[in-house]
Each structure stands twice: as structure tokens, then as C-alpha cells.
Design a protein around this ligand. Structure first.
Ligand SMILES: C[S@@+](CC[C@H](N)C(=O)[O-])C[C@H]1O[C@@H](n2cnc3c(N)ncnc32)[C@H](O)[C@@H]1O
Length: 209
């Protein structure tokens, strides 16, 4: 299954940063960067993980203004990561890791922030991975999920068209996604819709162990 996902994104990597894709993605990146820098990130010195970082656009925008923070990007696609590597090679505080987020073991400390943008619906074990995110975050750490959700007839039509081209696992509704987070002990701090995407900021108030 992961192999298919990897092959799909390896092919997409060649056109992912193209003008046509940017028509959809650039406003989303602007919204994400704005949210992160103005409302979510409160430290100077922090550990940030971008899951399914793709060609590294969000990491690049954060890393260029935050030399004291540490950034990690994980992606299953070698070709997407190669594009990211090219953009991010001048930043010593960025580390890119190739692999499936489900299997990667992080040897460093926990993270202060985990971002999953436009990638959650591609993950094969979302319930298990949400719990992994919880374990990987520091107390008061925040998970930021930006993902298309099916909440209206319009989004149902558009996203069912997308399933004809994309390798998807599951597209949630905004409510389902929030419930998944609540079931895994996250506290929802912020939730809004932006075009087809739900933005959810969820925090770890306390670890059980
Ligand atoms: C639609 S792209 C989004 C890329 C980037 N986050 C963005 O907002 O532009 C989804 C990314 O998730 C990656 N991905 C899919 N499944 C993954 C997995 N199990 N582990 C790590 N990365 C994965 C894909 O290779 C792809 O780069």
C-alpha cells in the first residue's frame, strides 16, 4: 500500500511546485504560515515536525526566519524530499527524513509542534498515527492538521473527483476529525474551514505517562 503512495508522489513531485498546482496550494501555504507565526508558535527555540512535508514549502518559509528553531520533515516520497532538500540545503537547522511516518522512530526529544498539511488523508492508519503524534508532542505541544474534509455537497463532489486521480486513504468530515483528536486526549484549540480544508489546532494538556 505504502509503495503505491510512494510511487504516486514520486511521479507528482515533478509538477508539484508548478504554477498550476500553486493556484491551489499558495493561498493555503500563506494561511498556514500566517496561522503558525501569528497565533500558534510562541517560542523562539522550538522543535517542529512537518509530516508529509512534500517539497518543503512550509519548512522553507519557517526556517528562513527562525534560525534558533529545529525543523524536521518526514516524507515517504524520495522525489518530493529531493525537491525539499534542494530548497532547504542552506539551513543547518533542518533535517529531512525519508520514510513512512507510521514506522519512523525519533531518537531526539519530543516536538513542540507537529504539522500535517494535505497529508493526513493519505495515511493508512490515521487512528494509530494520531496517537503517535500525541506521544511525540511535549506537554503543551500542538498538532496542526490542515486537511480536506467532506462537510458540504460541494466538497463531496470535488473530493470524489479527486479520488479518481489521487491515492487516498480516507477523507474525514470536520466533526469526525475533531472527534478522533478528542478520543486521543487532544484538546481542540482552534478550528476553522478554509475552502475545502479544515484547519485544526489541537494541544496536549498533559501526558498520561
Ligand atoms: C499532498 S502532499 C502534501 C505536501 C505538503 N505537506 C504540502 O502541504 O504541500 C502529501 C505528502 O504526504 C506524503 N506522504 C503520504 N503518505 C505518507 C506517509 N505514510 N508517511 C510520510 N509521508 C507521507 C506524500 O509523499 C506527499 O509528499
Amino acid at each position: 500500500m505504502s509503495q503505491t503512495q510512494e510511487q504516486y508522489f514520486d511521479r507528482l513531485a515533478y509538477i508539484y511546485d508548478s504554477f498550476l498546482f500553486r493556484l491551489y496550494f499558495q493561498p493555503l501555504y500563506n494561511k498556514i504560515i500566517n496561522l503558525l507565526t501569528k497565533e500558534v508558535i510562541k517560542h523562539i527555540n522550538y522543535n517542529f515536525l512537518d509530516v508529509g512535508c512534500g517539497t518543503g514549502e512550509v519548512l522553507y518559509n519557517l526556517a528562513k526566519n527562525n534560525p534558533q528553531a529545529y525543523f524536521y520533515g518526514v516524507d515517504i516520497s524520495e522525489k518530493m524530499l529531493a525537491k525539499a532538500q534542494d530548497k532547504l540545503k542552506e539551513f543547518p537547522n533542518v533535517k529531512l527524513i525519508k520514510g513512512d511516518i507510521e514506522n519512523i522512530v525519533f531518537k531526539n526529544d519530543r516536538f513542540d509542534y507537529i504539522l500535517v498539511s494535505e497529508a493526513f488523508h493519505h495515511l493508512y492508519n490515521p487512528e494509530k498515527i494520531i496517537n503517535k503524534f500525541y506521544q511525540l508532542l511535549n506537554k503543551d505541544g500542538k498538532l496542526i492538521i490542515v486537511d480536506p474534509t467532506i462537510d458540504t455537497k460541494f466538497s463531496k463532489i470535488i473530493l470524489s473527483l479527486a479520488t479518481k486521480f489521487e491515492v487516498l486513504y480516507k477523507i474525514y468530515s470536520n466533526e469526525e476529525l475533531k472527534n478522533l483528536l478528542l478520543q486521543n486526549n487532544f484538546v481542540i484549540e482552534k478550528n476553522f474551514k478554509y475552502f475545502l480544508n479544515s484547519f485544526i489546532v489541537a494541544s496536549v494538556v498533559a501526558h498520561n505517562s
